[in-house]
Design a protein around this ligand. Structure first.
Ligand code: SAH
Ligand code: SF4
Length: 379
């Protein structure tokens, strides 16, 4: 029996090269194929006209291109956020978000269908866990966003100067309509799912996303957010993976944290902080600590001092995220004045820098923790 076709987005350039060799083809063609996939963003084999016929035949017989069709696209009222409900081959759905804020273009990417971690305030947690995404399904989300950033109409040619030349090709000097030079520059693994619960697939996908001849997302451009999967953080440290790490903290003592983040029962706060210390010591990297601000729950000056004490001496930045509404949790977001007090305590008393996340894309449920696939959206 022959092997089932594989997804081209699942393979690194080196793996594709090895595959070409196995097919008895000249591996030099991998450059053109890669270019079609990640520079041309081709959506099918038909959009790769200049492949050698033998390679094309192999690709047609043994591979497929796991492009994720859009089941639904929504744009926020301010136009800065686009959310895509994408269909997977097994009819599962995931959400991916394109954000354009302060001149940065960022894709917020999912790593699982649903999530097993069950954080009480998170819509993905509320829907439960269905399955891990494959590397190709993670890569395809980035490609989808990169494609969405391209100008809608094909670039037009304009005659700008008659040169008096003989042939049509020489007759004019043409320029292409200048597209707005928007490119996918940043990836945050903050969509649906817990990326360190799907470690191997996520790291493999990151290797593909970072390829300098493809999407070329630099180490400083990829942020992975974890609920605090301790073995995953230690593995990231040991492997010295070049990325930014964000750890979702939300509470500075074990009891309060476990009430919000059930995964804390498995990976208690003291073990998590020990892993964070190891990570920063091994990699020399600062960690971003995320703190969803919930009115009356974790937003008082005492809470700010507790997190300050917890992070004392660590290379840290705290990202405060006022709670976004979800149907399964009744809490309210902290207002801006107490959020500013929280920040002030962190900086004045502990010299810890912090930011307050702007509440964007909330009108289309594209904010942090709002991604989910409801029955209605899935049908
Ligand atoms: N599973 C990973 C990444 C996805 S969630 C993690 O938990 O870190 C991305 C961020 O959104 C996390 O910091 C998470 O705690 C936060 N978040 C979840 N639900 C939220 C909500 N309703 N409002 C604000 N932030 C939320
Ligand atoms: Fe999963 Fe992160 Fe949501 Fe928690 S916050 S349920 S870990 S996606």
């Amino acid at each position: 029996m022959s092997a089932p076709p594989f997804n081209l987005y699942d393979l690194t350039r080196e793996q594709l090269r090895v595959q070409l060799v196995r097919w008895d083809l000249n591996p030099v063609h991998v450059a053109r194929l890669w270019n079609y996939l990640y520079i041309g963003l081709a959506a099918s084999l038909d959009a790769m006209p200049e492949l050698p016929p033998k390679l094309r035949a192999r690709l047609a017989a043994h591979t497929y291109l796991g492009v994720l069709p859009t089941a639904l696209e929504t744009a926020s009222g301010d136009g800065f956020t686009h959310k895509y409900l994408l269909a997977l081959a097994d009819a599962e759905r995931i959400e991916t978000v394109l954000m354009r804020y302060t001149g940065r273009v960022t894709a917020c990417i999912s790593s699982q269908v649903g999530c097993a971690m069950g954080c009480v305030f998170c819509a993905t947690g509320q829907m439960g866990y269905t399955r891990h995404l494959t590397p190709g399904e993670i890569v395809a989300q980035a490609v989808h966003v990169a494609r969405a950033l391209r100008p809608a109409a094909p670039a037009k040619c304009h005659v700008i100067r008659d040169t008096g030349a003989e042939t049509p090709a020489e007759m004019c000097h043409v320029i292409r309509d200048k597209p707005a030079r928007e490119r996918l520059r940043n990836i945050v693994l903050m969509g649906m799912g817990e990326p360190l619960h799907n470690y191997d697939a996520v790291m493999h996908a990151i290797d593909i996303l970072r390829d300098p001849n493809g999407l070329a997302l630099g180490a400083e451009r990829i942020t992975l957010s974890t609920v605090g999967v301790v073995p995953g953080i230690l593995r990231l440290a040991a492997e010295k993976r070049p990325l930014h790490l964000a750890v979702s903290l939300h509470a500075a003592n074990q009891a309060e944290r476990a009430a919000l983040v059930p995964a804390a029962k498995k990976w208690p706060l003291d073990e998590l902080m020990a892993a964070c210390r190891t990570y920063s010591a091994t990699t020399g990297r600062r960690i971003f600590y995320e703190w969803t601000l919930i009115e009356g729950k974790n937003d008082t000056p005492d809470h700010a001092r507790a997190v300050g004490e917890l992070l004392r001496g660590l290379p840290a930045q705290v990202n405060l995220i006022p709670l976004n509404p979800t149907s399964g949790y009744a809490g309210l977001p902290t207002h801006s004045a107490p959020a500013r007090t929280f920040q002030h305590i962190l900086s004045a008393e502990f010299e810890i820098p912090s930011t307050v996340r702007q509440r964007r894309g909330i009108d289309i449920a594209a904010g942090c923790g709002q991604l989910a696939v409801t029955e209605a959206a899935a049908s």
